[in-house]
Design a protein around this ligand. Sequence first.
Ligand SMILES: NC(=O)c1ccc[n+]([C@@H]2O[C@H](COP(=O)([O-])OP(=O)(O)OC[C@H]3O[C@@H](n4cnc5c(N)ncnc54)[C@H](OP(=O)(O)O)[C@@H]3O)[C@@H](O)[C@H]2O)c1
Length: 345
Amino acid sequence: MSYLLYGAYGYTGRLIAHRAVEQGHQPILSGRNPEALRPLADELGLSHRPVDLSEAGRLRAVLDEVDAVLHCAGPFADTAAPMVAACLDTGTHYLDITGELDVFSALARRDREAKAAGVVLLPGVGFDVVPTDCMAAALHKRMPSATTLEIAFMSTGGWSTGTLKTAVGQLGKGGLVRRDGRLVSVPPGWTSRTVDFGDHPRTVVSIPWGDLVTAAHSTGIPNITTYTYLPHLGRRLLRASRHVQPLLGAAPVQTLLRRLVGWLEAGPSPEARRQGHSVVWASVRNPDGDRHSARLQGPEAYTLTARTAVAAVGHVLDGGTAPGYQTPATAFGPSFVLDIEGVTQ
Ligand SMILES: NC(=O)c1ccc[n+]([C@@H]2O[C@H](COP(=O)([O-])OP(=O)(O)OC[C@H]3O[C@@H](n4cnc5c(N)ncnc54)[C@H](OP(=O)(O)O)[C@@H]3O)[C@@H](O)[C@H]2O)c1
């Protein structure tokens, strides 16, 4: 059983490649730039297959060699569609580390095709959305009558340029929440609340996060709000962005912002990753006002992503994951995250 790790030489792809080898996996490394791919493959003693996503025939030939792909090249708004199409054509299971809401929605719409092709479509096997999805499913199991779900997260240690470029692509789209089963547009940072992440109460602000799609799929809960911790200035800037929302989405502004992000460090240093951590909190409520809340601690977002992504692809290759569109919790059950090294309740 083998898999292709696409986007292997990106910041997160490299972490995943190293984690995979630590876990005894031997993925074939892939990406569009042969010059970047070869040294990493040599360092890890792995095979490599350079391929651009626009090379439809070659992509299918490469996928014919493997049982699954772990797709790590984002923004996934640009990269998921050609890879998913090739996976459906070749009967290759698809996993990715997206956190992009539109990508989750687009893949959910391909559920029937994936079932017909016998293919698992499992996006979001990173920090977004493994811990939050598993918590949402666990809380829903505890309270099947829940109609409202709130999820909040924080991660210290910093962000990769890839994550920031992906976030830039979301600017100008405004906020979203799920109400009565539907995604509803709201202004950026439209609501906030206080959450106890285990140290002291912190103010979290609403942001449109992948769980608005994935947790709805995993639990069927019709009202969902997702939040993150931002310091005071960050919250003010997020709220102020509503006044320039159309401008932020304009092509020249997007290009400029992506260029500025490109000047930053590729991602958190090994030291920052070692010192960082993440906390996820979730709460469900039913119409009677009963509540259940839970909290998970873990490594910072990139370390956790490498661990969850490698564990997820390992499970899919072991067999037993039902074909079709899946979330981490529907694929492996709510306790999947608890088996990940460094995650505690
Ligand atoms: N779910 C989570 O919690 C989580 C965690 C970490 C990262 N992510 C997401 O994963 C993505 C990658 O993050 P990163 O930190 O690894 O970023 P990165 O260091 O910028 O790496 C991005 C990778 O994607 C490749 N790529 C970009 N566009 C491509 C395209 N059109 N065709 C083929 N390859 C393409 C890049 O190749 P080139 O160098 O050749 O352009 C590079 O290998 C981002 O979207 C990020 O938001 C999600």
